[in-house]
Design a protein around this ligand. Structure first.
Ligand code: MRU
Length: 354
């Protein structure tokens, strides 16, 4: 499938660069950027040039490796200090997707293990590269498995609604919520997919519509405020979304607008499925109340997409980038280890430790 060949994050170690697909200029421009410094990686994450929880984690893992690869320090303590500085800096790029912190913690753990095994600084650098590669490669496998599990919940010909972009470009490959659509497409399932445009940054219109269309999947774009009518017209039989963090009780943070879709799905009796790797489940977060919601610049709402302003100057704006869908609205949470059903406190805990 052509659409799945796109690699949104790729290390070119011989050139000392991380190459990313610039998701901020799609679909008009398909452009790849060379990220050289840790500041480049921070900015790319903050500016949503690389975005989607798993892809952010992968970029951060390579980012911290690139940062210390250039380090001349041969002393272990100084090298560890330089690593911690780069790690903390990258961790400040975006607050909501737990995969960012998960990947950075995993890199740090590898660093300490490697030093504990008596490896030298150059050897530790190699171990860090291997760990980042592993995070990337595992994500591809994980997403494929999520897709296989989620496909068991769907039937050929179904109308599916999705919000934001949880597709191949938001991950190493396949996506989370879009993975079953790609796998079903290979088996001629003929899904009819609807994507919300996803204001303010239009991930649904610019990215989901783009990648599904590229893959030859039947996709229809709707404005966010049209979700209710397509549900009422019986065009939607399941909702599939990705997520940025799942709390221990099943409350789920995802792109702003997701919780309204879940509320509508409940009203119309449509199953609402969240697809997420285990790395997105944060058992340390008791409920959605504990999830930090990113606030973004006001200009994203007032003037991002047109040369003229879309709102009066100096109007007050509120721009939370995510919302939390209450666990009571979620039919199931699909992970690579299986499907968790309500009673999430227990079912997620069980999957997490499987
Ligand atoms: O602000 P974004 O575009 O990074 O938000 C992304 C989402 O909300 C996705 O649904 C989520 O990260 C899952 S990606 C597999």
């Amino acid at each position: 499938m052509e659409g799945l060949i796109i690699q949104s994050v790729k290390l070119e170690d011989s050139r000392n660069v991380l190459v990313i697909l610039d998701q901020s200029v799609l679909p008009e421009t398909e452009k790849y950027l060379d990220l050289i410094t840790v500041e480049d990686v921070w900015e790319a994450i903050y500016e949503l040039k690389v975005r989607g929880a798993p892809a952010i984690g992968i970029a951060a893992a390579y980012g911290v490796y690139l940062a210390v690869k250039q380090e001349n320090e041969t002393d272990r303590d100084a090298f560890t200090k330089a690593f911690a500085k780069a790690k903390n800096y990258l961790a400040s790029s975006r607050p909501t997707a737990v995969n960012l912190f998960w990947a950075l913690e995993r890199m740090e753990k590898r660093l300490h293990e490697a030093f504990a095994d008596g490896l030298s600084v150059p050897e530790v650098k190699q171990q860090l590269k291997k760990e980042a590669d592993k995070i990337r490669n595992e994500d591809e496998e994980v997403c494929k498995t999520i897709g296989e599990h989620a496909l068991t919940l769907l039937k050929p010909g179904m109308g599916i609604l999705t919000h934001c972009n949880a597709g191949t470009i938001a991950t190493a490959k396949y996506g989370t919520a879009l993975a079953p659509l790609y796998l079903g497409h290979q088996q001629d399932y003929q899904f009819k997919v609807f994507t919300d445009e996803t204001r303010p940054l239009l991930q649904g219109a610019r990215l989901t519509a783009w990648e599904l269309q590229k893959a030859g999947i039947d996709v229809t774009l709707i404005c966010d405020n049209m979700a209710s009518i397509v549900m009422k017209e019986n065009k939607i039989e399941a909702v599939l979304v990705g997520c940025d963090r799942v709390a221990a009780n099943g409350d789920t943070a995802n792109k702003i607008g997701t919780s309204s879709v879940a509320i509508m799905a409940k009203h119309y009796g449509i199953p609402f499925y969240v697809c997420a790797p285990i790395s997105t489940i944060d058992l340390a977060c008791e409920t959605g109340e504990n999830i930090e919601i990113e606030q973004r610049s006001l200009e994203e709402v007032t003037e991002k997409w047109y040369s003229e302003r879309m709102a009066p100057k100096d109007v007050k704006v509120y721009n939370p980038a995510f919302d939390v869908t209450d666990h009571s609205l979620i039919t199931a949470i699909v992970t690579e280890k299986g499907i968790a059903y309500p009673g999430y406190q227990e079912s997620l805990h069980e999957l997490f430790h499987k």
